[in-house]
Design a protein around this ligand. Structure first.
Ligand SMILES: Cc1ncc(COP(=O)(O)O)c(C=O)c1O
Length: 292
């Protein structure tokens, strides 16, 4: 079941359309050039999680793309419409994946095309959370300082141009793994194609949670940020890279975290088993469950 709600100035709360029918113009720059942005977030019991953070990142992606998108209130209203419609169609589901999408619109026009999509969370996504991930380290081909030097690469924006990220995941699957951690050409750990990297140390009860530094050319994760705040309140120390692959092999646990799959343990890296910690995974997953 997919619910689609288009943001439309003529419909305050958004315009629900039939997801089984074509809705985009073939000349939409989102389709012809991948020129646009998106956000993915989780809704639980009809309430979107971390919505302010997602809307803030959407605005920052729009600024990076120099793209004029509907304001936050218009997105909120369309999301509410979508979640209401989804709950009516799927009353037994407690969770939903919500995507916000905006493109530069049809060629020659000046208005963005923007819509909200609500779908069930795929069972395979939930299964990975439980089973853990076999991960390959793959080169991204950029060095870790390129984001500042080359803003036109849109590193740090959540653009629709995710074909490379999806190709990396397919490459991993074709080589016996589930997911990917990208590395920079100067050997730094970056991020997953759709997730942020986390590692933990537990030294005599002092627990430390570490993630790659944002300045290394990665998307700022809303889940990592919310988890860092929650973990700090529980007495965890926090750290920000630079990280290199040996830090992953030396950690007490490594995870990939993102808004829909949430916290998924990494069980192996390039075929080598990693240390895992069910206790730390449970502790951090409990914090993740409480995100609002
Ligand atoms: C490249 C990339 N990094 C990190 C993340 C994690 O971000 P969030 O926690 O906000 O979902 C995502 C999410 O899809 C992503 O695409």
């Amino acid at each position: 079941m997919t619910v689609l709600v288009f943001l439309d100035p003529a419909h305050d709360d958004g315009r629900i359309v039939d997801a089984t029918q074509p809705q985009l113009m073939a000349t939409d720059l989102g389709a012809t050039r991948g020129d646009g942005l998106f956000e993915s977030l989780l809704a639980v019991d009809g309430t979107p999680r971390k919505l302010d953070a997602h809307l803030r990142r959407l605005a920052s992606s729009a600024a990076a793309l120099d793209l004029s998108v509907p304001d936050a209130d218009a997105w909120r209203r369309a999301i509410s419409t979508g979640l209401r419609e989804f709950a009516a169609a799927e009353p037994n589901r407690t969770t939903a994946a919500v995507k916000l999408l905006a493109t530069r619109g049809v060629e020659g026009a000046s208005q963005a095309t923007a819509w909200v999509q609500v779908t069930p969370v795929p069972a395979a996504t939930l299964a990975q959370r439980e089973a853990g991930l076999r991960v390959l380290l793959l080169e991204r081909g950029y060095d870790s300082t390129v984001a500042q030097r080359a803003p036109w690469l849109l590193i740090g924006a959540k653009t629709l141009s995710y074909a490379v990220n999806m190709a990396a995941v397919r490459y991993a699957k074709a080589h016996g793994a589930d997911d990917v951690i990208f590395t920079s050409s100067d050997g730094k750990v970056l991020e997953g194609p759709t997730s942020t990297v986390l590692l933990a140390h537990d030294r005599d009860g002092q627990k430390t949670l570490v993630t790659p530094q944002l300045e290394s050319g990665i998307l700022p994760g809303t889940s990592q940020s919310a988890l860092f705040d929650a973990a700090q309140e529980q007495g965890w120390e926090l750290g920000y890279g630079p990280l290199e692959p040996h830090h992953l092999y030396e950690a007490d646990a490594v995870w990939l975290i993102s808004s829909i799959r949430l916290l998924a343990p990494v069980v192996s890296l390039d075929g080598q088993e990693l240390r895992t910690s069910p206790a730390l995974t449970t502790e951090l997953s409990d914090l993740v469950e409480r995100f609002v």
